[in-house]
Design a protein around this ligand. Structure first.
Ligand code: AMP
Length: 486
């Protein structure tokens, strides 16, 4: 199917080809005709599917087909997004789609001065892309008139509700004319989103692109079992030894994002954090520098990273496993976009095993594990089918690349098979050292002082903490909650 067959105008087709879009994505194939027909839409779609152009193209076409008489521009379409970054990104997509048409947009979000936004709104715009809070600021200052809105788009509705915007959304909806087209896009559906959809939409076309709970096949996903306290060292080592140039790292909290970025900088990596407590200037700068390669590691919380479209991002790391399994799909979906290859790595401590299990249930598959010797205390248990199989049915332990790396980085920690796959007749440490020398470090390696193993408890002599944990486990007590100290 081509864009031509979807009924788009010549100007929009030119804009599509100027962006090098050859064929419509599945969501675009479904949304464009129904939006053009004026229907409400309920779409289950996440970022990375091309959903923005999926609503922007037909929305623009409807506005331009229905030209208003002379007079100042009025706001005819309102797009609400949960985050400032997404608002800026959607604004850019709309501008790109409308480049050959006389359409004006304004991006309205907080964290920046309200004055230029007021000036833009005064000059007149056709489409406003806004976050709810700043939009209400404008409404209370009477610097925006929403009484002529013909189309309302709620983008990432689930995230807006997660962020507590429901009351703001209701207030905004109350300012709009009753007769309008409503388009609701959400990556997930729960009670709240379904309720909102029920209240907002009239006989909507329901659109779901197959595999919303799937990660792209082009993304290689790996689980690294690791002691919680050693995640940062493992991350630094992976970035350095694998020579990752652009890595988006997810943490669960803003505080953790800040701390990790600071530690990575101390490790000599160019890193920055992006989250809701940073000023908009700092957020925009970090994102810009990450996109243009000045920053190598961007540490982000889910909300800040939601919807970020970073062209050809090669690596995503879950430093913490997400509490909500669907967030894993969103995080990992930052890489492997538009058919590109990507790599997603999750550093999973023993405490996070239940979160990993939830992700695997959602994906309906077991993700391959790699254990790096010296980091793997409390490794997650390998579930059902831990090994991949090659074409001949032989088990592929997923370590071929690691073996090659061990040859390359003969003085870094060895990558070991998970405990479940490990042979019991391991030579003792002294023998391994000897063998290492005999084999030029190809199979068993010693560890130099710069490696992250420095100061690590040896596997043969468990640390005080490990002994405590083992004692707890033996006594059948649950592990101590994360973050507490004895
Ligand atoms: P979105 O899901 O809207 O955030 O879009 C994800 C990425 O896909 C953006 O970089 C878009 O520019 C790109 N994109 C959207 N539609 C197409 C298409 N038909 N062909 C190729 N890339 C597209």
């Amino acid at each position: 199917m081509s864009f031509q067959s979807l009924g788009l105008s010549t100007e929009l087709l030119r804009a599509v080809s100027a962006q090098n879009y050859d064929t419509p994505t599945p969501i675009q194939r479904q949304t464009i005709p129904v939006i053009l027909a004026g229907r409400d839409v309920l779409a289950v779609a996440q970022t990375g599917t091309g959903k923005t152009a999926g609503f922007a193209l037909p929305l623009i076409q409807r506005l331009t087909a229905n030209v208003r008489g002379p007079g100042p521009r009025i706001i005819r379409a309102l797009i609400l997004t949960p985050t400032r970054e997404l608002a800026a990104q959607v604004d850019q997509s709309v501008i790109d789609c409308a480049r050959y048409l006389p359409i004006k947009t304004a991006a309205i979000y907080g964290g920046v001065s309200i004055r230029p936004q007021i000036a833009d709104l005064r000059k007149g715009v056709d489409i406003v892309i806004a976050t709810p809070g700043r939009l209400l600021d404008h409404a209370s200052q009477r610097t925006i008139d929403l009484s002529h809105v013909e189309v309302l788009v709620l983008d990432e509705a689930d995230r807006m509700l997660d962020m507590g915007f429901i009351r703001d959304i209701k207030k905004i909806i109350a300012m709009l004319p009753k007769a309008r087209q409503n388009l609701l896009f959400s990556a997930t559906f729960n009670k709240e989103t379904t309720e909102l959809a029920g209240r907002l939409l009239q006989a909507p076309a329901k659109i779901e692109v197959a595999g919303t709970h799937k990660t792209a096949d082009t993304i290689a996903q790996t689980i690294y079992p690791v002691d919680r306290a050693r995640k940062r060292e493992l991350l630094s080592w992976l970035i350095g030894s694998e020579n990752w140039r652009q890595v988006l790292v997810f943490t669960r909290t803003k505080h953790a994002a800040n701390r990790l970025a600071t530690q990575l900088v101390k490790d000599g990596l160019n890193a920055s954090a992006i989250h809701g407590n940073k000023s908009q200037g700092a957020r925009s700068r970090a994102l810009r520098e990450f996109k243009n390669g000045q920053i190598r590691v961007l540490v982000a919380t889910d909300i800040a990273a939601r919807g970020l479209d970073i062209d050809q991002l090669p690596h995503v790391v879950n430093f913490d496993m997400p509490h909500v399994a669907e967030d894993y799909v969103h995080r990992v979906g930052r890489t492997g976009r538009a058919g590109n290859e990507g790599e997603a790595v999750s550093l999973v401590s023993a405490e996070e095993n239940p979160l990993l299990a939830a992700v695997e249930r959602l994906l309906k598959r077991t993700l391959p594990r790699k254990a790096v010797t010296g980091f793997g205390a409390g490794a997650p248990t390998a579930s059902r089918d831990d090994s991949r199989r090659d074409r001949n049915g032989r088990a592929d332990d997923g370590h071929a690349k690691d073996r090659a790396n061990r040859m390359k980085y003969a003085t870094v920690p060895t990558v070991a098979t998970p405990a479940s796959q490990k042979k019991t007749n391991q030579p003792n440490r002294r023998k391994r050292r000897k063998r290492s020398n005999a084999t030029s470090g190809a199979e068993f390696t010693t560890v130099n002082d710069n490696s992250p193993r420095r100061g690590a408890p040896s596997r043969e002599t468990p640390s005080k903490r490990q002994r405590y944990r083992q004692g707890q486990a033996a006594a059948g007590r649950p592990p101590r909650p994360a973050g507490t100290r004895g």
